[in-house]
Design a protein around this ligand. Structure first.
Ligand code: ZN
Length: 251
């Protein structure tokens, strides 16, 4: 394999795929779902939280600072939202110093450090790949795609700003340091992937996009994408084998 091809493959693998939308979950079909068959639980949740719906049919969450906030392809952060307390955790990172991908919210950093220490004690070699992704960066990615390929294509293949969980500062993609390029479903078969699935909840994290829950989360299986929700909720979700959407009855 040529060096250029290897480099391209590496790049393709380490770009977090939840930045992308598949045709199956394109926003248009999401909007139809919201309008046609809104789940009773979702309507109740929107009502109870006094949330608004924007012109595209997306719910604007009104608790972006909550560690329990649910952000997905139907539920976006307010325009321009930025978490206030972003810091770097004391863990091994793939990205160089100064890269915003190293940032998470303060309460997540401590939990991430504990997770990494526990992993190391069990012989795991973890590396943090991608955390915070700002609204502006997602907006640039989306708008460049619109300009280059048109809106229809952009909606299929890039997430609208505000709908990526990475913008909350509560998510971190974690990989096996030995196989860092493997941000793909087979990561679940590595020792590190298996260990995260078994232990992440003990430190307040859930595997946000589990296998077999694609219809509920809107995302394919991402065994590397950890979302911080606090120990109590993470343990409940883990024990009930649920997603956040199921936990809050939003599906
Ligand atoms: Zn991710």
């Amino acid at each position: 394999m040529s060096i250029i091809m290897s480099a391209m493959l590496l790049f393709a693998s380490i770009v977090d795929s939840d930045e992308l939308l598949t045709v199956k979950y394109m926003p248009n079909s999401t909007i139809q779902l919201v309008h046609k068959e809104p789940a009773t639980g979702l309507l109740e949740y929107i009502h109870n939280n006094q949330e608004e719906v924007d012109e595209d049919g997306l719910v604007i969450v009104n608790d972006p600072e909550s560690i329990e906030v649910v952000v997905n392809k139907q539920r976006k952060l307010p325009d321009g939202y930025e978490p206030q307390n972003l810091v770097e955790a004391d863990v091994p990172y793939l990205a160089p110093a100064g890269d915003p991908k190293r940032l998470v919210r303060e309460e997540v950093a401590g939990a991430l450090e504990q997770l990494f220490v526990a992993g190391e004690e069990d012989g795991m070699d973890l590396v943090a790949v991608s955390g915070y992704r700002g609204y502006d960066r997602q907006k640039q990615i989306y708008e460049a795609n619109v300009q280059q390929n048109g809106e229809e294509h952009a909606n299929k293949f890039s997430a609208k700003p505000g709908t990526s969980e990475h913008q909350t500062g509560l998510a971190m993609d974690v990989a096996s340091a030995a196989q860092v390029a493997v941000l793909e479903p087979s990561f679940s078969e590595t020792d590190e992937g298996q260990w995260l699935a078994d232990h992440a909840h003990e430190y307040g994290f859930i595997i946000r996009y589990p296998e077999g829950k694609e219809e509920t989360t809107g995302y394919n299986f991402e065994p590397w994408h950890l979302r911080y929700v606090g120990k109590e909720m993470a343990t409940s979700i883990y024990q009930a084998d649920q997603t956040m959407e199921e936990f809050f009855q939003l599906d």
